[in-house]
Structure formats: C-alpha cells, structure tokens
Design a binder for this molecule. Structure first.
Ligand code: NDP
Length: 273
C-alpha cells in the first residue's frame, strides 16, 4: 500500500517540499505520496489526528505549527527537546515521534555542499526566531571559535543563552553590540528577505572571503546577500540547500534510505545575481 506523508503549515501552498520528496521517492524507489495540508490556525492537532486516522505515516511541520508539533509529540529527540520546536513527525501506532532537522540541514549544506568547515570559524547568526533557535545546536556542535547571535528584539536573543550556552562559546545581543567584529560565516536567519528588507547588519561583519548564507530561498540576490557581496564575501548562498538537506534527513528517518541531494538542489536553485 502507498504510504502517505504530508507537510502541515499555514500558509504552505508555496512550499517546494512536495517536489523534493517526490524526487527522493523516485530516486530510491519508495512507494509513497507527499501532500500539503493547510489547517486553519487553530486546527493543527485536529488535522494531524485526521491524517493519522486515514493512514498517514509522518509529516513535516512548518510555520506556525512547530511549537504545537513539539507539544503534540509523545517521543521527542534530544535535539527537539533542547530546541523546543520540531519540524518532522513520524507516526507509529499510538506514538508520535518528533525531531528537528532544520539546523542539521543547514550545517550539512554549509559543510558538505558549500565546503566550509564550521570548526574554528567565527559565526554570526542574525535573528532569534524559530529558525535561529533550530540552527544553534548543530552549529555549536561543530565547535566554532565563537557564535554571536544578534537580534532586533534583544531579549529574544538573550533568551537563547540559557538553553544553548552550555554547548559552546555563545554570545547574544543586539545589532549595535556587534561593533566592528568580523565573521567567517554570516547567517541571515531573520525573515527580513521575505519582504526585501535588510537586517541592520553592517559591512564590517563580513570578513574578507567569508560565506554569507540567507535562510530565505527563491528570492535571488536579497539585500543581505548584496551587502555581503559588496563587502567581499567569497560565497553567497540561499536556503534552498538547507531545505533540501533537512528533507533528506527526514526522508531517511521515515524510510531508512538516504536520498542524494545534489541534483535536487541544482534543479531548484535560482541565480543569486
Ligand atoms: P520567526 O518569525 O520565528 O523569526 C523572525 C526573525 O526575523 C526574528 O528574529 C525577527 O526579529 C527577525 N526579523 C524580521 N524582520 C526583520 C527586519 N526587517 N530586520 C531585522 N530582523 C528582522 O521566523 P523563523 O525564524 O521561523 O524563520 C526565519 C526565516 O527563515 C523565514 O523567512 C523562513 O522562510 C526561513 N526559513 C528557511 C528554512 C529553510 O529550510 N531554508 C527553514 C526555516 C526557516 P524580532 O525578533 O526582533 O522580531
């Protein structure tokens, strides 16, 4: 029987996840479907229950339901517990297993696809929302020299110290606290690029030859990436690789087989110029 998976989000119709999972299923010969479910904002748990009752085997979760998915899980991975939000669910009997592969996908893309080892690098993360939160643990696990998180709303950045400072050298604050410090890897984990906005970071943050990574994808050369290019970044990237890599992690967790990601990333990439 064909196994069913789904993406739960609102809005979610724009998502590229169905294309990604269809490509993985084709490549690995898995008999499965992957659909989009867009529950009303107060209807996530009910939508999951309906999907499970009709034979659903698992799903991805995107905004705004990652915290609710965390609350719904019966069995959380350690990573999911530390992050406090999950993006992948697996249904087995009456259990709901949950994990968060967003940050792992980001780190895979940076290290494997872009070729920048994070170890011993200076890393700047802009933003302190769910995506930044999900990224921190996998980044710190690579043992960078230092990770600085800057956010417009400073208390949200400060709130990350307690769960994550135990895992490495983590400093949090506002944009003015950055001063003239330069970084080898600058990650824009804000949603500013969705609206063509630039978070208040300056050219000084980009060390010569650094990598600049915008989590938003499909928008081409965002104001953040343009600033990085002008400041001398050697490599610009958007978040399509992160999306594809986190999907591969989830796919392997569900199906027990690892799909290849390179061709999928290439088929979905848009020029960053
Ligand atoms: P949240 O809504 O949780 O957080 C948004 C963050 O962006 C906050 O830190 C907010 O700051 C900051 N922000 C928004 N606008 C501005 C601005 N103009 N200037 C400075 N800071 C700004 O969103 P998420 O963390 O869940 O997602 C962030 C982005 O990452 C989204 O656009 C999403 O598309 C993308 N993403 C990509 C993924 C991928 O696979 N490529 C996976 C997950 C997310 P403040 O706290 O001050 O409001």
């Amino acid at each position: 029987m064909t196994d069913r998976y789904a993406l739960f989000g609102n809005p979610a119709k724009h998502s590229k996840s169905p294309q990604v999972h269809a490509a993985y299923a084709r490549e690995t010969g898995q008999d499965m479907t992957y659909e989009i479910i867009e529950p009303p904002l107060d209807g996530f748990a009910a939508a999951v229950a309906t999907f499970r009752a009709s034979g659903g085997r698992g799903g991805n979760v995107t905004m705004p339901f990652k915290l609710e998915a965390f609350a719904l899980a019966t069995d959380l991975s350690e990573r999911g517990r530390i992050v406090g939000a999950v993006n992948t669910l697996k249904f087995e009997g009456n259990r709901i297993y949950a994990d968060n592969f967003d940050g792992v996908g980001l780190v895979s893309d940076i290290q494997r696809n872009i070729g920048l080892p994070i170890r011993d690098r200076r890393v700047l993360v802009l933003g302190a929302g769910g995506a930044a939160r999900g990224a921190l643990l996998p980044i710190l696990e690579q043992r960078p020299t230092r990770v600085v998180v800057a956010n417009r709303t400073v208390p949200k950045a400060k709130a990350l110290e307690n769960p994550f400072a135990a895992f490495g050298n983590l400093v949090t604050g506002g944009y003015p606290d950055l001063g003239d410090e330069a970084f080898d890897l600058v990650i824009n984990a804000t949603s500013a690029s969705m609206r063509g906005e630039l978070p208040p970071v300056t050219r000084a943050a980009f060390a010569p030859g650094c990598v600049a990574y915008d989590l938003v994808y499909g928008k081409g050369l965002t104001p953040f990436l343009a600033l990085a290019r002008d400041a001398g970044a050697r490599r610009l990237a958007d978040g399509i690789g992160m999306l594809v890599e986190q999907a591969a992690e989830g796919f392997e967790w569900w199906r027990g087989v690892r799909p290849s990601t390179r061709a999928v990333i290439d088929s979905m990439a848009v020029p960053l110029s």
